[in-house]
Design a protein around this ligand. Structure first.
Ligand code: FUB
Length: 330
């Protein structure tokens, strides 16, 4: 009853509201993974500390909105202190919905990924396994850093878990969403000529630009997958250089190989470019973070802008705005 009244109030307040970017300003929030659950947008995110000098985050955040202009802060949906097997670095999460339950996938300690479950999208989430589902310490093929989980469920109901830093990986999930189904696989990214795009460290003296790490198509971190008109879009940050940004590759198969297409966005102010893309009420949106408020890479804030495709399904590169999006109406 109380919740219904609040929702009605938010709806009334949002008429004609012009949002702003960043759209959450009372705390530092990063790595937004947006989903539409029950006609409402939920953003699962990292929570940068107010005085952060590193990515020493301790809990995961969730916000929701029905119009992208007014947001409800659901607080910490899971904290490191609730986990028996992890002590530090609560980094970029993602979430999924299945069989009336909600699943939160979260990386810790820069090398493990766990899953937690709730019967509500806003949590609280609980870890049913008491152990990671990906452990980079015992699985070398998980890559240099098993971080940044992103879950995609295709039209046949098959769930895929993407993750990784510099070395993108994917595995299928069982219907129960808390167990892996089969092996870990590499996510192969090719350029238009069929050449593999692989991130490499630049020579020490070389300029800190993308070209010296392998080019715009290489994978850095922050994977995200969505489907539109039979095309699977794999979006990701291509690194941390001064011209690094969110880019994308496409495939006719969620397992790839994906062919690099171009930039989702122009570079943002932060040196990390983690984001997500959803369709909501007939319009596409890209969520991302910047350091526009703090000026510091470890104190980031989330933003959202409209995203458009051309007639061939190519993404029209987004220039990040400070105005955000106008309130979305039904
Ligand atoms: O937020 C901590 C890390 O920074 C994330 O896991 C990366 O994607 C980068 O945004």
């Amino acid at each position: 009853m109380k919740y219904t009244f609040l929702m009605a109030l938010y709806a009334m307040c949002s008429v004609g509201v012009q949002a702003q970017n960043p759209f959450i300003t009372h705390k530092f929030i990063a790595d937004p993974s947006a989903h539409v659950f029950n006609d409402r947008v939920y953003v699962y995110a990292s929570h940068d500390e107010d005085d952060a000098e590193y990515y020493d985050m301790v809990d995961w955040a969730c916000f929701s909105s029905s119009d992208l202009a007014t947001w409800v802060d659901h607080g910490a949906v899971l904290s490191l202190s609730e986990l028996s097997w992890a002590d530090k670095w609560a980094w970029a999460p993602d979430a999924a919905q299945r069989n009336g339950l909600y699943y939160l996938y979260y990386p810790v300690e820069r090398n493990k990924i766990g899953v937690a479950v709730s019967d509500r999208p806003e949590g609280p989430f609980e870890d049913p396994l008491d152990q990671p589902i990906i452990d980079g310490l015992v699985e070398p093929f998980a890559g240099k850093e098993a971080i940044d989980p992103a879950v995609f469920i295709d039209d046949d109901g098959q769930a895929y878990l993407y993750f990784g830093c510099r070395e993108p990986r994917v595995t299928k999930l069982k219907d129960n969403m808390i167990e892996r189904d089969g092996e870990l696989m590499e996510v192969v990214i090719l350029d238009q000529m069929g050449r593999r795009q692989v991130w490499h460290e630049k020579p020490k003296e070389a300029k800190n630009v993308q070209a010296n790490y392998g080019g715009d198509g290489v994978y850095g971190e922050g994977p995200w997958v969505f489907e539109r008109n039979g095309i699977y879009y794999f979006t990701y940050a291509n690194g941390w250089s001064i011209d690094a940004t969110m880019v994308y590759a496409i495939s006719d198969n969620p397992l790839g190989p994906f062919v690099y297409q171009g930039k989702v966005m122009e570079p943002v102010s932060s040196n990390t470019s983690h984001g997500s893309i959803i369709e909501y009420k007939g319009q596409w949106y890209v969520f991302y973070h910047t350091k526009d408020i703090s000026g510091k890479n470890y104190r980031r804030s989330v933003a959202v802008d409209q995203l458009f495709f051309d007639e061939k399904g190519q993404i029209k590169t987004v220039a990040p705005t400070r105005t955000g999006v106008s309130a979305v109406r039904n």
